[in-house]
Design a protein around this ligand. Structure first.
Ligand SMILES: [Fe+2]
Length: 172
């Protein structure tokens, strides 16, 4: 295992699931700068680019409590608007990504209240309380790579998404 991922795994093993959710932001702040700057983390020659998908997922590590996936983004690719059923830390490994944050107006309708550009090295943690709703967009003409840490076993649960939202209320 990569040494930086191993250090993270050792740290994460000190927590049970509930404690980990509570402390995940702090744990990730201690490890993500090293991981996102680790040139040896990914063997890009092994990455496939799924032709018809906007982004391709590669599971790099998974145990019962957490997993790590790399996402390879085509230019102009975006996720649906979604929240998560587990904690989630996303960091930019290559390129840059826009993140739109949404607030929920009612069960299905959301409104964008913030758009942030994340450059290489930037990371953010989302909580599984239903209120951290976002969409990620590679608005550039280059391939981007992001790392996604989830509080689930990626082999048992292929998706970390709780809900997708398609009703967007425009501001004004
Ligand atoms: Fe997400």
């Amino acid at each position: 295992m990569n040494t930086n991922i191993k250090a993270l795994a050792q740290d994460l093993s000190n927590y049970d699931n509930l404690l980990l959710t509570f402390n995940i932001g702090e744990v990730m702040r201690n490890h993500l700068p090293n991981i996102l700057n680790d040139k040896n983390l990914l063997d890009k020659s092994k990455f496939d680019y799924e032709k018809n998908n906007p982004y391709t997922k590669h599971i790099l590590y998974s145990c019962d409590n957490w997993s790590l996936q790399a996402l390879i983004w085509k230019p102009k690719a975006s996720t649906p608007i979604h929240n998560h059923k587990c904690w989630c830390t996303v960091g930019v490994y290559q390129g840059e990504l826009f993140e739109e944050r949404f607030k929920r107006l009612n069960n299905n309708t959301v409104q964008c209240y913030k758009t942030v550009k994340h450059k290489k090295g930037v990371f953010a943690t989302l909580m599984p309380d239903g209120n951290d709703i976002h969409r990620l967009i590679n608005n550039s003409n280059e391939i981007a790579i992001t790392l996604h840490f989830y509080g689930i076993n990626a082999f048992k649960q292929p998706s970390s998404i709780l809900n997708e939202f398609s009703d967007i209320e425009k501001i004004g």
